[in-house]
Design a protein around this ligand. Structure first.
Ligand code: B1M
Length: 215
């Protein structure tokens, strides 16, 4: 069985009832969970995005694929989180105010957790004050996600509110999402930009290696 192809197609077709079993079988046959995420699940969601763009998929199909992806990620989570767990660095990740997109943000959160970091997945449509709260609770990195050109400016608002609260120097900001660029990240005063989940993990590994830890 070509599990990578099977899983890729299962996300696209929304085979929610079968996908957990497929994912478990694939792992039991020696395919690594991170390979499944990077080479099947993420490309499948990208394909779903394309189908939406081409008006071949509409909201119900996209939501069906998103929830199938979530079932797959839940099945893979124990294998992703195994092993490297225990990096003493707390990361709070959320989607900014006005934005309900969470598929990519959830992928990033799971991959970051899988790389061993302590993750608080805060949700969507979050006002800046909630990120202040996360910083007060000890998050050293705040990850902001935005998928809309209408909400991306909210990332800058979060950074400003953190500055006003006096906590800006306690945290690093990592930003990402389809409309975000490295240039935009630097314009709003974010510390890091990542294009995808693997990029987010790389940024955090670099910070950890540079000695950034929970106090
Ligand atoms: Co929306 N939507 N949507 N949508 N939606 C987009 C984003 C859009 C590009 C579609 C389009 O028109 N072509 C468009 C935005 C246009 C723009 O602003 N330029 C759009 C729009 C307009 C809207 C609505 C306004 C539609 C309407 O109601 N008229 C509305 C807004 C609602 C709101 O948020 N207030 C809306 C609603 C929805 C649904 C609810 C139907 C659904 C969201 C479901 C959910 O998330 N629970 C939805 C979806 C699914 C999409 C598309 C089709 C797919 C997004 C996705 O999940 N991609 C999208 C079209 C597209 O992208 N082609 C679209 C797969 C995911 C794995 O990729 O999220 O990019 P992505 O995440 C990547 C990277 O971006 C990065 O890593 C991830 C993994 O590789 N990344 C980070 C993300 N966050 C990161 C954080 C990091 C680092 C990296 O560090 C912290």
């Amino acid at each position: 069985m070509d599990w990578m192809k099977t899983l890729y197609e299962a996300v696209i077709k929304g085979q929610k009832n079968e996908i957990a079993e497929f994912a478990t079988k694939a792992v039991n046959e020696g395919i690594s969970a991170s390979n499944i995420v990077n080479k099947s699940v993420i490309p499948a969601m990208n394909r779903v995005s394309e189908l939406w763009r081409n008006e071949e998929y509409f909201v119900p199909e996209v939501m069906r694929s998103a929830s199938t992806m979530q079932v797959c990620m839940d099945a893979l989570k124990p294998f992703l989180v195994k092993g490297e767990h225990g990096k003493d660095l707390k990361v709070a990740i959320g989607t900014v105010k006005g934005d309900l997109h969470d598929i990519g943000k959830n992928l990033v959160a799971i991959m970051v957790e899988g790389a061993g970091f302590q993750v608080e997945n805060m949700g969507v449509d979050l006002p800046p004050e909630q990120f202040v709260d996360a910083a007060q609770k000890g998050a050293k990195v705040i990850g902001l996600s935005s998928l809309l050109t209408t909400s991306m400016r909210e990332m800058g608002a979060v950074i400003e509110v953190l500055e006003k609260s006096g906590l800006r120097n306690n945290v690093s900001f990592l930003v990402g999402g389809a409309p975000i660029t490295a240039r935009f990240a630097s314009e709003i005063g974010a510390d890091y930009y990542a294009e995808n989940a693997a990029g987010a993990v790389a940024v955090l590994n670099n910070l950890f290696e540079a000695g950034v830890r929970n106090q």
